[in-house]
Design a protein around this ligand. Structure first.
Ligand code: PMV
Length: 396
C-alpha cells in the first residue's frame, strides 16, 4: 500500500484560570478566556500516528488498543477543517498528492491509565490535529491549528503549546479569533512542579459540556464571574506568570478554582464535582501555607474530584513534609524518589511536628488512589515512534 504516515505526541494541560461556559456549542466558543500550565509528557501524554493513502477505504480510529467510532461531530469537524486546509494547498499546486480526498487511519495511545480520571481529551485532540497537520504538511502556525483542536474539545487548544498558555476567547461569531497563545515558555519559568492527587470516586461526573450548559442557563453568579471576575483575573494571572510571582499566581489559581466550583453549586439543580476528600485537601493546602506564613502551594480542581497541586521546586521539601506524611500509603511516589529520599520527607515532618498548629484527618489518604508527580512541560512533539504498520495501515 502507498501510505503517508506521521506521528506526534501532545501534552495534558491543567487550567489555572478555568474555561467554563460556551457561547457557541458547535464551535466550542467560550464565554471567558482561560489560562493553563502544560504538564510534562514524560508523565502524561498522548501519542498519535496517522496514515493516509488512496487505498484506505474509510476513516478509522483505534484508541488505547480498541477500535472506536470516528462518528462524533467534534472529531468530524476537526477532520473537515484539516482536509479543507490541505485542499487549499492542493488547489494552488497541482503536483501535490490529493490527500485531502483520501481516508485516514488514526491510532492513539496514552502513557497513563484512563482510570486515573484525568481529562485525556485535551492531549488526545491536540495529538490528533498535530499528527494530521504533519501528514498533510500544512504550513499553519500552532495558534491557527489550535482553533481546530478547540472544536474537538475546548481545553485541547491549550495543549498546542508548552509552558504557560492562554486561550483568548475572541469576539467573532465564526471563532476565527478564539485561539491559544503562549504566555511564557517552560524555559522562562522552569521550576513549576505539579502533584496530582487522584481522588477515587465511584460516581460519574456531569460531563463538562452539559455541566457548562446548565451553569450558563441557570447560574446568576456565573454572569458576575464572566463579566467582572475573569477578565480582571486573566490580566493579573498573565502578569504573575511573566513576573514569576508564585504567591500571586497561586492565590489567583485557588480563587479561580473556587469561583468555578461556586458557579457549579449555583447551577440549578446544583453540580458537585468535588467530594469530601477534595475539600479536605483544600483545607490542608491552606493550613500548609498558613503554617509557613507563605503561599508555597496552590490547588486547582477540574470537573472532577482530583486535586492538582502546583508548587515551585525549591519548596518541594517544605510541601512534601506534609503531603508525603499524609499520603505516603498511596502509590506513585517511587516513580520519582528512592527510599532514602522518601524517608527524608518523613524526617522533615518530624522536624516541624511540634510547631504544628492544625490537624488533618489521618485517614485522608484513603480517598486518594495515587499520586502523579510531574512538572511544567513542552508542547507537541514529532516522533519516530509509530503506532501504525506502514504496509497495512493497521495498528502495530
Ligand atoms: O474542554 P472540556 O470540554 O473538557 O472542558 C474543560 C473544563 C475544565 O477542565 C473544567 C476547565 C478547563 O479550563 O480546562
Amino acid at each position: 500500500m502507498t501510505l503517508h504516515v506521521a506521528s506526534a505526541t501532545a501534552p495534558v494541560n491543567i487550567a489555572t484560570l478555568k474555561y467554563w461556559g460556551k457561547r457557541d456549542k458547535d464551535l466550542n466558543l467560550p464565554t471567558n478566556s482561560s489560562i493553563s500550565v502544560t504538564l510534562s509528557q514524560d508523565d502524561l501524554r498522548t501519542l498519535t500516528s496517522v496514515a493516509c493513502g488512496p487505498e484506505l477505504q474509510e476513516d478509522k480510529l483505534w484508541l488505547n488498543g480498541k477500535e472506536e467510532s470516528l462518528g462524533s461531530e467534534r472529531t468530524q469537524n476537526c477532520l473537515k477543517d484539516l482536509r479543507d486546509l490541505r485542499a487549499k494547498m492542493e488547489a494552488s499546486d497541482s503536483s501535490m498528492p490529493t490527500m485531502s480526498q483520501w481516508k485516514l487511519h488514526i491510532v492513539s495511545e496514552n502513557n497513563f491509565p484512563t482510570a486515573a480520571g484525568l481529562a485525556s481529551s485535551a492531549a488526545g485532540f491536540a495529538a490528533l490535529v498535530v499528527a494530521i497537520t504533519k501528514v498533510f504538511q500544512l504550513k499553519e502556525d500552532y495558534s491557527e491549528i489550535s482553533k481546530i483542536a478547540r472544536k474537538g474539545s475546548g481545553s485541547a487548544c491549550r495543549s498546542l503549546f508548552g509552558g504557560y498558555v492562554a486561550w483568548e476567547m475572541g469576539q467573532s461569531i465564526d471563532g476565527s479569533d478564539s485561539k491559544a497563545v503562549p504566555v511564557s515558555t517552560k524555559e522562562d519559568w522552569p521550576n513549576m512542579k505539579a502533584a496530582v492527587l487522584v481522588v477515587s470516586d465511584v460516581k460519574k461526573d456531569t460531563p463538562s459540556t452539559s455541566g457548562m450548559q446548565l451553569t450558563v442557563k441557570t447560574s446568576d453568579l456565573f454572569q458576575e464571574r464572566i463579566k467582572n471576575v475573569v477578565p480582571k483575573r486573566f490580566e493579573e494571572m498573565k502578569k504573575s506568570i511573566v513576573e514569576k510571582d508564585f504567591a500571586t499566581f497561586a492565590d489567583l489559581t485557588m480563587k479561580d478554582s473556587n469561583s468555578f466550583h461556586a458557579t457549579c453549586l449555583d447551577s440549578y439543580p446544583p453540580i458537585f464535582y468535588m467530594n469530601d476528600t477534595s475539600r479536605k485537601i483544600i483545607r490542608l493546602v491552606h493550613n500548609i501555607n498558613a503554617f509557613y506564613n507563605e503561599t508555597i502551594v496552590a490547588y486547582t480542581y477540574d470537573a472532577g474530584p482530583n486535586a492538582v497541586l502546583y508548587y515551585l521546586e525549591e519548596n518541594e521539601e517544605k510541601l512534601f513534609a506534609f503531603i508525603y506524611k499524609y499520603f505516603n500509603k498511596v502509590s506513585g511516589w517511587d516513580t520519582k524518589y528512592n527510599a532514602s529520599e522518601l524517608q527524608n520527607f518523613l524526617k522533615k515532618f518530624d522536624a516541624v511536628e511540634e510547631k504544628l498548629n492544625f490537624q488533618t484527618d489521618e485517614d485522608i489518604y484513603k480517598g486518594v488512589s495515587r499520586v502523579i508527580l510531574t512538572r511544567v512541560g513542552d508542547g507537541p512533539q514529532s516522533t519516530d515512534q509509530c503506532l501504525i504498520n506502514k504496509e497495512t495501515g493497521l495498528p502495530n
